[in-house]
Design a protein around this ligand. Structure first.
Ligand SMILES: [Zn+2]
Length: 313
């Protein structure tokens, strides 16, 4: 049996032909059309047809950023893809290609991949965090993917980590409209915001020599060159990541927190101190039961998870 896993991102769509065991046999990419549903759907259809020439596809899974209803299968809203507002994507695509199609939130799909064929195989309670532009998260609890009452659960990135003070400032404004979300501290976006805060008081930092706009990659390079402030930015990010992990450990008594995403290119600067901070803030016995590890399947986790959900649903 062969499944097609599709991971829809803000700039590109990745699709992979995946076998029964979750191994990617072949993958292709297309550009995301963000503001026109017909254009978006025809890019998707063309991708699928490309694979259909090579192999018989038993089912398709699509991972989409945004709120996906488990009741109606409609994507209620997708902040970076305005054309997907209130759209039943699985029905639209199935009508075009005549293959059974399911859809799921992309971060949930990535968590499912690590659970069935990645770092979390054999576990029953785990979280998966994708640290990229934002912070995606998905949870497997009691051995199954947890999506909440209507499919919108697991949005840990949009829980509040630092609400600021009501009198002075309300905390960093998040894309979701809330202030002080975890994602505003633990993400590429958060790293840039933290750098901007710290640079103001450190005119000697090499960060001032960087070309604007700042990116987390540029800040990482300066940190590797030994700039104290850039290193401090990653230390602070690791501190927030560690606190976020401790919150998850105390709330859910997880066996594992798996971390992937583009920012984990700086993994060595983040992971060790994040573990230390998590240990400091979590209940010792709950911390002792939980391992915090790097993803096995990134950057393919979303694609593989979508295919595995198509296999299992
Ligand atoms: Zn938010």
């Amino acid at each position: 049996m062969h499944y097609l896993g599709i991971d829809v991102g803000g700039t590109s769509i990745k699709a992979g032909l995946v076998n029964e065991a979750g191994r990617v046999l072949e993958s292709r990419r297309a550009l995301t059309v963000a503001d026109d549903l017909n254009g978006f759907l025809s890019a998707l259809t063309e991708l699928v047809r490309g694979f259909q020439k090579a192999a018989a596809i038993d089912a398709i899974g699509i991972g989409v950023p945004g709120l996906h209803s488990s009741r109606t299968h409609i994507i209620e809203t997708s902040p970076n893809l305005p054309c997907l507002r209130r759209v039943n994507l699985e029905e639209l695509l199935a009508d075009q290609v005549h293959i059974r199609t399911i859809s799921e939130n992309d971060a949930n799909a990535a968590a499912y991949a690590e659970f069935v064929c990645g770092a979390g195989v054999g576990l029953r309670h785990m979280a998966h965090l994708t640290i990229g532009t934002g912070l995606g998260s998905g949870f497997v609890l009691n051995g199954s993917l947890f999506t909440g009452a209507s499919g919108y659960g697991g949005e840990f990135g949009h829980t509040v980590l630092n609400a600021g003070s009501a009198r002075q400032n309300a905390g960093r404004l998040c894309g979701c409209g809330n202030h002080g979300c975890v994602e505003m501290f633990v993400s590429a976006t958060g790293i840039v915001l933290t750098a901007e805060d710290m640079m103001r008081e450190a005119p000697e930092s090499l960060l001032h020599d960087l070309e604007w706009p700042l990116t987390s990659e540029k800040i990482y390079e300066v940190a590797v060159r030994g700039d104290a402030i850039a290193r401090e930015v990653f230390k602070e990010t690791a501190r927030y990541l560690g606190i976020a992990c401790a919150n998850l450990i105390n709330l859910l008594n997880l066996e594992m927190i798996i971390i992937g995403g583009g920012v984990m290119g700086a993994g060595d600067l983040l992971m060790n101190s994040a573990r230390e901070i998590a240990q400091r803030h979590a209940f010792p016995s709950a911390y002792a039961d939980c391992r915090i590890v790097q993803s096995k399947l990134w950057p393919d986790a979303g694609m593989i998870g979508a295919a595995m959900l198509a296999r299992d649903r």
